[in-house]
Design a protein around this ligand. Structure first.
Ligand SMILES: Nc1ncnc2c1ncn2[C@@H]1O[C@H](COP(=O)(O)OP(=O)(O)O)[C@@H](O)[C@H]1O
Ligand SMILES: [Mg+2]
Length: 254
């Protein structure tokens, strides 16, 4: 399928950043970096099949992904658009090799990034089922992942490190409960820290789950210990009695 004028016109109507790119140089940059033709086709699929109504504004522009505020018929949603380049290619492969769920990993960037988005979708599903507080995944296609939006119309949920927590000990216990659930789901997050916890609705939410691996991945234990150390360090700094040795033992006993 090619992106003809009719399709582009629909996208410009529904994707705020596309409509504005003609008028505004800053948006042209975001547009060019994120919305290559293949990505536009993927967004077109979601718009034309009714999964997405609009894509409104960027919430975050990160190293490997951009997250946009979007809407569906049901309300707000977060659209994560993965980008891939040579720099991230190798590290993605590390997490995919050894994960029996993704034996047949493609060799091109495009194939790899598709698998990566699917991996985050599956990880979010499995973590939620196990009881971890993660955004509900809605849909995945190519390099796009649509999920529950944390935040409201005035602002996206802040990262936990930027929040003055009223009760850090209670927040810690809730993070631990999500870690217990992930362990029950036999997954190791692999990039857990105060940078990948959002604070919303009075609770900590675990995000950024693409790199999570099953317990039988050859490096899962190394990544598990790193997650535990990060969380214990962050909450210890906030005055919580969070020993990484005790946390590790508690999680291993799950
Ligand atoms: N479901 C969501 N709702 C609201 N904001 C989100 C959501 N998911 C991610 N974000 C925002 O986007 C940022 C980047 O998302 P993340 O999944 O951590 O990707 P990466 O760190 O790989 O770029 C987060 O720090 C957060 O600010
Ligand atoms: Mg992140």
């Amino acid at each position: 399928m090619r992106l003809d004028d009719r399709k582009l016109a629909l996208l410009e109507e529904r994707i705020e950043v596309l409509g504005r790119r003609r008028k505004d140089a800053d948006h042209t940059k975001t547009y060019d970096e994120v919305f290559d033709e293949a990505t536009l086709m993927a967004v077109y699929k979601f718009v034309s099949d009714g999964t997405i109504r609009t894509v409104d504004y960027p919430v975050s522009t990160g190293k490997e992904g951009n997250v946009f505020h979007a809407t569906t018929e049901e309300g707000a949603a977060a659209l994560k658009i993965y980008r891939v380049n040579t720099a991230t290619f190798r590290s993605l492969a590390d997490y995919l090799q050894g994960d029996p769920r993704f034996k047949k990993v493609g060799r091109t960037f495009r194939e790899l990034i598709t698998v990566w988005a699917q991996k985050e979708f599956k990880n979010l599903t499995r973590m939620r089922e196990a009881g971890a507080r993660v955004p509900r995944p809605y849909a995945v296609h190519r390099n796009l992942l649509l999920m529950e939006y944390l935040g409201d119309e005035t602002m996206p949920a802040p990262v936990i490190r930027e929040v003055a927590l009223e009760d850090p000990a209670a927040a810690y216990e809730e993070v631990v409960l999500s870690m217990v659930a992930m362990r029950k789901g036999k997954l190791v997050h692999g990039d857990l820290s105060e940078y990948n916890l959002l604070w919303w609705d009075g609770h900590p939410w675990v995000i950024d789950c693409a790199q999570a691996v099953p317990l039988d991945h050859p490096r899962s234990d190394e990544w598990f210990r790193r997650d535990v150390a990060n969380i214990a360090r962050f909450f210890t700094r906030l005055g919580v009695n969070a020993s990484s040795i005790r946390l590790e033992a508690r999680l291993r006993a799950v």
